[in-house]
Design a protein around this ligand. Structure first.
Ligand code: ADP
Length: 386
């Protein structure tokens, strides 16, 4: 070989050595970075030999969460040492699946601390392959979800408690209302009887007082009826796709006599179909429409506008009237059962319509509110998820 070609070879070798040095440095930096991330990660990591199930590496988070002194006390032991017996069986079958099918995702396993305390965790696992494409290690990532589970359990318990209390309350209202109806019917019957049979014997004052009894017991009967209806809303719910246009049509049909008598104009935009409770949504329209007709200005024919518009994930419905309106100070308790605003025209009612409306909207996890200008009209809005 000539000197020139020898020099050439030597310079190529030097170049290759330089490249190897650069690559080795890159590898060293990358390993340091990985090591740092692995060790200081706020989630737990354990590197497992997938064939034997022995722990070959782990990070500080795993050591401290499980209550061990240092890594040494965990390394070289079997994975079954740090999980419960049940989870150990699960991991063995997961490892079989892991070797044949690849990664493990979002599996629930229960870790066991040194003192035997259980920690519910989510396990993900990824493989490290050798040149021949064989899995040599699997890296377990474990996230402690015991706090989430605790919160879920608490939420579930609270929901069950709330459902029980609601049921008790509904039963209580229903029993009370039934029981109250009977003595009330006796009062009404007796006062009517007194009025009819003893009219000639009664003084004007006596007749006036019996009139009060008759009127008050009638009002009470209406309130009891309203209370019963209120407690029944949401009892037998069936979630379906509800055509709001159709439900408004039915509500209008039910109110046709009042619409005709008041000479009302009802203008309606395009209403959507939503997921909801059909009977209740019809009742909602019926209550808002009937109020818009009832609280109209004297000598002014009601004009009622019904519309719906989209707002992010919600539909916002509105029922606007040109009626008497509501004063700012009267708006606060409007949706509370039996709350009524005294009006000049003394419209009939028992103060349950808007309480029904609110309960129905809440059943749909929505909101209801009113905007109004006294003397000009009111707009009731309700917002329901699409
Ligand atoms: P009720 O109509 O039987 O009194 P509601 O619960 O339906 O009971 O209404 C509560 C109160 O809200 C009414 O007494 C009335 O003062 C007021 N209100 C409801 N709707 C309207 C409306 N469209 N315009 C003006 N006031 C209204």
């Amino acid at each position: 070989m000539s000197k020139k070609s020898l020099d050439n070879q030597a310079s190529q070798i030097a170049k290759l050595e330089q490249q190897i040095d650069i690559l080795q440095e890159k590898l060293r930096v990358s390993e340091t970075n990985f090591g740092y991330l692995y060790d200081n990660n706020p989630v737990m990591h354990a590197t497992i030999n997938p064939l034997t199930g022995y722990i070959v590496n782990c990070n500080s988070m795993l050591v401290s969460t499980l209550g061990y002194k240092n890594k040494k006390s965990i390394l070289g032991t079997h994975i079954s040492k740090i999980v419960t017996e049940k989870s150990s069986i699960k991991i063995v079958s997961l490892m079989d699946a892991f070797l044949s099918q690849g990664p493990i995702d979002s599996e629930e396993v229960t870790l066991k601390t040194k003192k035997g305390k259980s920690i519910q965790s989510i396990l993900n696992s990824r493989a490290i392959y050798n040149k021949a494409g064989i899995v040599v290690k699997s890296i377990f990532t474990l996230v402690d979800i015991s706090e989430v589970k605790k919160a879920q359990r608490q939420a579930k318990n609270q929901k069950e408690d709330l459902e029980r209390v609601n049921k008790d309350l509904e039963q209580f209202v229903s029993i009370c209302s039934h029981d109250l109806q009977e003595p009330l019917a006796t009062i009404r019957f007796s006062s009517d009887f007194l009025m009819q049979k003893f009219t000639d014997d009664l003084s004007e004052k006596g007749k006036e007082y019996i009139g009060y009894i008759h009127e008050a017991s009638g009002r009470m009967a209406e309130q009891i009826k309203g209370l019963l209806e209120h407690s029944r809303i949401g009892r037998d719910l069936k979630l379906t796709k509800v055509d709001m246009q159709e439900q408004l049509g039915v509500a209008k049909y039910d109110l046709k006599k009042r619409i005709k008598e008041t000479n009302a104009t009802i203008i309606c935009g395009e209403l959507p179909k939503i997921k909801g409770y059909k009977v209740e949504l019809r009742l909602l329209f019926q209550n808002l429409l009937s109020n818009a007709l009832k609280y109209a200005k004297k000598q002014v024919a009601p004009i009622i506008n019904i519309a719906a518009k989209q707002e992010d994930d919600f539909w916002v419905f509105s029922v606007a009237d040109n009626g008497i309106g509501i004063k700012e100070q009267d708006m606060e308790d409007l949706f509370t059962i039996f709350s009524r605003v005294p009006t000049k025209q003394k419209q009939e009612g028992s103060g349950v319509g808007l309480a029904h409306a609110e309960k129905i909207v809440k059943l749909h996890e929505g909101f209801i509110w009113v905007e109004s200008e006294f003397g000009k009209g009111s707009t009731f809005y309700f917002k329901i998820k699409k």
